[in-house]
Design a protein around this ligand. Structure first.
Ligand SMILES: Cc1cc2nc3c(=O)[nH]c(=O)nc-3n(C[C@H](O)[C@H](O)[C@H](O)COP(=O)(O)OP(=O)(O)OC[C@H]3O[C@@H](n4cnc5c(N)ncnc54)[C@H](O)[C@@H]3O)c2cc1C
Length: 381
């Protein structure tokens, strides 16, 4: 029996495995997709996350980022990082670097999609492997999380609170991303704002920039036959839904200044999509099964700290397991995730308020010190 089975070899799953191995635990990862795995992502790695990766012995190639720029039709605000630099990194480069480090530590990666698991008092079984603990790092639409939540629902559980019912009716946010072959015009991540969407531009090499669009879509009226919302874009599917390709161009046309920058540039990657992004998760510890990364809950890509928070969770989780205190992870998870998630939730709420939303970029321009402090709060979270 091994100590830890990590289900999902995305960046947070691999980082968790690396942290566990370094803490002296025997660990195996299952990941059905062939390395290096790509995914819809803004690909901006914040300075604290760059340092966390380096501490794991992971130094992916990328484009140094010096800060964040907010742009709308009439305003522009720049905030520089105060402590070190961030990195624009292709997901494939990040995944390859993490996978190489895991391989160097002798961590086996099984090419298996986990479809079922079982736990009893002293171990967990999945994919034919017995482990003392199972870590679910299987992304936004985690099968393991959904199974645990379904199984732990007791009959007669009171209905939803009014606030969670309202939240469940609110439009859901999605992301689409594509790369363009053009020399970066800035070493800042540019966030272009319109009333209904944001476009993120992240330089990832001297001749390629990534563009990620974040936007809301109304909720589908009815769940699909499979039981989840019809509009769920499964992480495991490599591409965005077919009809989104035209949609990407239409949505991009709402950002004329960005279109000018991209004029004549060839696409340098396939379109990919992810969402809905928000995943409200009540708990992270179910006996010997623990959740990490996007599987453990997610707010939004608006502030681009998902990877940094996931790496902090991975570190905390490995420390709890190495100490034989899995239950302590719930608190450690809150400490690792809370500051960034609260800020993201606050900014998302503000951007959706009719009068407040349109004043965010002007505010950032007129109060650059406050803007810089807030950006660095997230960058260091
Ligand atoms: C549009 C968008 C833009 C973003 N921009 C940024 C950004 O600029 N900066 C940033 O830091 N973060 C960003 N994020 C967030 C970041 O992408 C995620 O937080 C990060 O990918 C989480 O990593 P993960 O390993 O938890 O999940 P994932 O990267 O989703 O990996 C999950 C892995 O689990 C595997 N898997 C799934 N099911 C199973 C199964 N049943 N069995 C075995 N394996 C399975 C999948 O194949 C996948 O490889 C963005 C997110 C979106 C959607």
């Amino acid at each position: 029996m091994i100590d830890v089975l990590v289900v999902g070899g995305g960046p947070v799953g691999l980082a968790t495995a690396i942290c566990c191995a370094r803490a002296g635990l025997s660990v195996t990862v299952t990941e059905p997709r062939t390395a290096p795995v790509d995914k819809a992502c803004g690909e901006g790695v914040m300075p604290a996350a760059v340092r966390r990766l380096a501490a794991l012995g992971v130094n992916p190639e990328g484009f140094p980022l010096r800060g964040i720029r907010y742009v709308d039709a009439a305003h522009q605000a720049d905030a520089r990082f105060r402590h070190g630099h961030g990195l624009g990194v292709r997901r494939t480069a990040l995944h390859a670097a993490l996978a190489a480090r895991a391989a160097a530590l002798g961590i086996p990666v099984l090419p298996v999609k986990v479809t079922a698991f079982a736990q009893d008092a002293d171990h967990v079984t999945a994919a034919g492997v017995e482990a003392r603990y199972l870590v679910a790092a299987d992304g936004l639409h985690s099968m393991i999380r959904r199974t645990l939540e379904r199984d732990s629902r007791t009959p007669g559980t009171p209905g939803q609170s009014r606030s969670s019912a309202a939240r469940d009716r609110a439009p859901q946010r999605y992301g689409l991303r594509r790369h363009y072959r053009v020399a970066p015009w800035s070493d800042l991540v540019e966030v272009h704002w319109t009333p209904h969407a944001e476009a993120y531009v992240t330089p990832v090499s001297p001749d390629v920039v990534g563009v990620a669009l974040l936007f809301a879509k109304p909720r589908p009226d009815r769940p699909s036959a499979a039981g989840h919302p019809a509009a769920t874009w499964q992480e495991a599917s490599d591409r965005a839904p077919d009809d989104e390709s035209g949609d990407f161009k239409t949505r991009l046309s709402a950002f004329p200044a960005l279109l000018d920058r991209l004029a004549g540039a060839d696409p340098a990657s396939e379109l990919r999509g992810a969402g809905p992004m928000r995943q409200n998760v009540r708990r992270r510890v179910y006996g010997r099964v623990l959740l990490v990364g996007d599987a453990s809950g997610y707010v939004d890509a608006l502030t681009g700290e998902g990877l940094g928070v996931g790496l902090a969770q991975a570190d905390a989780l490995a420390a709890c397991l190495a100490a034989g205190r899995p239950a302590a992870y719930e608190r450690a998870w809150r400490r690792a995730s809370g500051p960034a998630w609260r800020f993201t939730a606050g900014l998302l709420w503000s951007r959706n308020q009719p009068l407040l939303g349109e004043r965010l970029v002007p505010f950032a321009q007129y109060f650059p010190r406050i803007f810089t402090t807030l950006v660095n709060h997230v960058a260091e979270a």
